[in-house]
Design a protein around this ligand. Structure first.
Ligand SMILES: [Zn+2]
Length: 194
C-alpha cells in the first residue's frame, strides 16, 4: 500500500499544474492548427533524439477533408512518404554521428470538442471559414541515434521549402543539457539545441 501511495503521489503533484494549464494548452493547440503554423517537439535522452512534428493538412496537402477520390488518397500517401523522408527534411550536425532509427508520418483527423466550440462561440465570425469543416493534420515521428550526441547543436530543417505555405514552427526542445523553446521561420529554419 505504501509503495502504491508513493508511486501515485508524484503523479498527482505533476498532474495539478498540468491540469491548471489545460485551457491554455488547448488554446495553444487550437492556435497551432491555424494553417501556416506547425509544432515540433524534440527530446534527447542519452544517444537518442526523438522528434514529433504536427503540421496542418492545409500546409501539407492543400486540403483537410477526408480523401474522397483516388487522386486525393494518392496525395495523402505521397505526403506521408514526403514527411517520412528524413534525408530531405533534416540535416543534423555531421560530427554528431546520427543515424535514422525510424521515421513515420500519418494523416489524422482533428475533432473539435463541442465544449471548445461554445468557448469560442463569440469568435465564430472570424473562424467562419472553419465552421463545420473537417480539420486534419499530419503527425510525424522521427527517432535518431547519435554516437556523439553532445556535438549535436543544430538541426537544419527544409520544411519551409517543402511546404511553402508554412509560416512558423513552434519548437520545444528538451535535452539533458536543458530545455528551450523557439520559433522557426523560413529565414531561421534551424532547430537550436541547448
Ligand atoms: Zn485546419
Amino acid at each position: 500500500m505504501l509503495k502504491f501511495t508513493r508511486r501515485i503521489l508524484p503523479v498527482l503533484i505533476i498532474a495539478i499544474p498540468l491540469h491548471l494549464n489545460a485551457n491554455d494548452q488547448e488554446h495553444e493547440q487550437h492556435e497551432a492548427h491555424e494553417h501556416g503554423a506547425a509544432q515540433l517537439n524534440l527530446v534527447q535522452e542519452k544517444q537518442s533524439i526523438l522528434m514529433e512534428l504536427h503540421l496542418s493538412g492545409m500546409d501539407v496537402l492543400g486540403f483537410e477533408h477526408p480523401p474522397s477520390s483516388p487522386q486525393e488518397q494518392a496525395a495523402v500517401t505521397q505526403a506521408e512518404q514526403k514527411l517520412s523522408d528524413t534525408n530531405t527534411l533534416f540535416v543534423l550536425d555531421s560530427g554528431a554521428g546520427c543515424q535514422v532509427r525510424s521515421a513515420h508520418a500519418q494523416r489524422i483527423a482533428v475533432e473539435h470538442e463541442a465544449e471548445h466550440h461554445e468557448e469560442h462561440a463569440e469568435h465564430e465570425a472570424e473562424h467562419d471559414e472553419h465552421k463545420d469543416e473537417n480539420h486534419s493534420e499530419f503527425q510525424a515521428k522521427y527517432a535518431f541515434e547519435c554516437t556523439q550526441v553532445n556535438a549535436l547543436k543544430r538541426i537544419k530543417t527544409n520544411l519551409f521549402t517543402l511546404f511553402p505555405s508554412l509560416q512558423k514552427i513552434q519548437a520545444q526542445i528538451v535535452t539533458e543539457r536543458g530545455q528551450t523553446a523557439h520559433s522557426l521561420s523560413a529565414s531561421q529554419p534551424d532547430i537550436e539545441l541547448p
